[in-house]
Design a protein around this ligand. Sequence first.
Ligand code: CP3
Length: 342
Amino acid sequence: MSKIFVDACFRRPTPHTPIWMMRQAGRYLPEYMEVRKRAGNFLNLCHAPDMACEVTIQPVERLNVDAAILFSDILVVPNEMGMELEFIKGFGPKFPSPLETQEDLDALDIDAAEKLTYVYETIRMVRARLADDKALIGFTGSPWTLATYMIEGQGTKTYAIVKKLLYTNPGYMHALLAKLTHVIKGYLERQILAGADAVQIFDSWASALEEPAFFEFSWNYMKEIADYIKTKYPHIPVLLFPKGISGFLDKIDGNFDVFCVDWSTPIELAKEKLGDRYVLQGNMEPTRLYSREATLEGVKHIIDVMGITEGHIFNLGHGMLPDLEPENAKYLVDLVHEITAR
Ligand code: CP3
């Protein structure tokens, strides 16, 4: 059976514009909180395929979105490369021993993709339980975004440590990015073999870089991974999400299918620069979801620009927030399905 989301990624006709939401599985859903409590903590949940499967499917059943996204986290990759990882309540992820020396770099395990078996098992379980017309999206962080966490050790406002390294020791950065690129190719490939119908690469920290650095240290590696996947698995859509780079859209190119537009990029600009070459995914400002009026206005604007036609996947321009009303998310999904019915 054809999947509406996959058809849309390839610009094939669909009955409506498909919609899913970044971070659609998570804390705003009481049924997620219940499973996370059972798991004990967030990482346990990522490591337990039966529970990760359950929370992957929850938003599909509650909201009727057109795609599920694998429940996991981008940081399980550095974790399996050998870096200790904690998720601290109210603070976020933390690597207590960030990368500093050549020895730290040499110690990273480049066979980590073979160790992420709980992710592949989750994918197999979800694919077996998910309705045939719903797609399952696999994902990874980009090399640059993962490298940022591995060097800073945690989230950062200034990116001072990682950017100091980038400009003072670019060889170290490239060696790290090359290792991550190698692991991520194998990781996405195994996700596809386990049953992922599409894969998305999140470059959440793209906007930390000036133009030449973005292309040299982030986009080139994302393109290399995308090209590897597209060459081996042309039937699998590849979606790239470099967040906050609206100033560089003219220079975006590469072998991939869908460009994900963040909320700070005007959708008309993305359409003008990229809409002929790539299907666009996005880009409603996530906090509009707190208000039905703001949601309606946001949807109308995006659909006015993108049209009721092929070439668009509706999504938020970044992740859903934890204190959101699930009913408002359902309102958005129903609205997009109704307005865009062919
Ligand atoms: O529904 C989905 O989107 C699938 C699951 C998913 C999670 N993280 C679950 C999660 C996905 C795709 C991610 C990606 C991710 N993780 C990114 C890239 C996307 C983005 O948001 O830019 C990044 C940067 C991370 C790193 C990360 N993980 C942070 C910064 C945090 C803490 C932030 C917060 O909101 O607390 C996490 C934890 C995390 N990952 C949670 C979830 C549901 C919250 C954990 C919890 O239940 O307490």
